[in-house]
Design a protein around this ligand. Structure first.
Ligand code: PEP
Length: 253
C-alpha cells in the first residue's frame, strides 16, 4: 500500500520567535508548489503559537518537541498536551533520543506521553532507535522490540493508526553519518512486522514510519526509496529553509 510521505523538521533548541517566523516567510514560498508530501515543523515551545499562526492556511503543520502527560497542576516547567493543541500544534515529538539520554526519559514515560497526546487529539511522533553500542552488540532489533512493546503498551490498533513512529538510530543523529538505505530498510521492515504481529495488518500497513539521523538533501531520496521508509524526521538540515525545502521536494510520493 502507498503511504503518504511525511517530512518533519525538529529544530531542537534553536530559533527565537522572530527567527521562526522569518524562516516560515521564506520556507512557505519555497514549498508553495510542492504537493504529495506532508510537512511539519517542530520549533521550541516559545515559538509554537507564533509559528502555528503564521502557518495557518498553508499545508505546513506544527509540532511540539515534548509534552507532559498531566492536564494541569503543580509541575513547574512542564507543558500539557491540551496547551500544545491550543497553541496550534497538530503533532508532538515524543521520546527523542536527546530526551532519553539527557533528560532521563524511558519507555514508560514515552507511553504516558503518547497516551496523553492521543487523548488531546495530537499526532504523536514516537522516536525509537538503538545506540552505537547496541548496534555493535547486534541488539538493534531487540532494542526496537522493547521500545515498541513498552512505549506503545496497552494501545489499540485504532490508536496506532493515529500515531507516527520515527526510527532514529542514535549514532546517526547529528553526526553526519546516516544509516545506509539497507540498514534503514531492515529496521523499518522489522518495525512494521512487529506492528503487524502486535496490532494487526491494518495498523501495520497504514502507519507511517519515518527515518531520522543525518537526513540531507543528497541522501533523502535513497532512504525514502526503501519500501518501509515513509518520510523523515530531520534535525540539523531543517534549520535552513532552503535545505529543508529541498528535502521536502525530494520526498514526494
Ligand atoms: C533529530 O534531531 O531527530 C535528527 C535526526 O537530527 P539530525 O537530522 O541532525 O541527525
Amino acid at each position: 500500500m502507498t503511504r503518504f510521505p511525511l517530512i518533519a523538521g525538529n529544530w531542537k533548541m534553536f530559533k527565537t520567535v522572530a527567527e521562526a517566523t522569518a524562516y516560515l516567510a521564506t520556507f512557505r514560498g519555497l514549498v508553495a508548489e510542492v504537493t504529495g508530501v506532508d510537512i511539519v515543523l517542530a520549533p521550541p515551545f516559545t515559538a509554537l503559537h507564533a509559528l502555528a499562526a503564521a502557518a495557518h492556511g498553508t499545508r505546513i503543520g506544527v509540532a511540539a518537541q515534548d509534552l507532559y502527560w498531566e492536564r494541569e497542576g503543580a509541575y513547574t516547567g512542564e507543558v500539557s498536551a491540551a496547551m500544545i493543541r491550543e497553541a496550534g500544534a497538530s503533532h508532538v515529538i515524543i521520546g527523542h533520543s536527546e530526551r532519553r539520554t539527557l533528560f532521563g526519559e524511558t519507555d514508560a514515560t514515552v507511553n504516558r506521553k503518547t497516551v496523553a497526546a492521543l487523548a488531546a487529539g495530537l499526532t504523536p511522533i514516537v522516536c525509537i532507535g538503538e545506540t552505537l553500542d547496541q548496534r555493535e552488540r547486534d541488539e538493534t532489533l531487540a532494542v526496537l522490540d522493547r521500545q515498541i512493546s513498552q512505549g506503545l503498551d496497552g494501545m489499540k490498533a485504532d490508536e496506532i493508526l493515529r500515531l507516527v513512529l520515527a526510527y532514529e538510530p542514535v549514532w546517526a543523529i547529528g553526526t553526519g553519518r546516516n544509516a545506509t538505505p539497507a540498514q534503514a530498510g531492515e529496521a523499518h521492515a522489522h518495525i512494521r512486522q512487529r506492528l503487524r504481529e502486535w496490532f494487526g495488518a491494518e495498523a501495520a500497513e497504514r502507519s507511517r514510519i519515518l527515518y531520522g539521523g543525518s537526513v540531507k538533501p543528497d541522501n533523502v531520496a535513497s532512504l525514502l526509496a526503501q519500501p518501509d521508509v515513509d518520510g523523515g524526521l530531520v534535525g540539523g538540515a531543517s534549520l535552513d529553509p532552503k535545505a529543508f525545502a529541498e528535502i521536502v521536494a525530494r520526498s514526494r510520493a
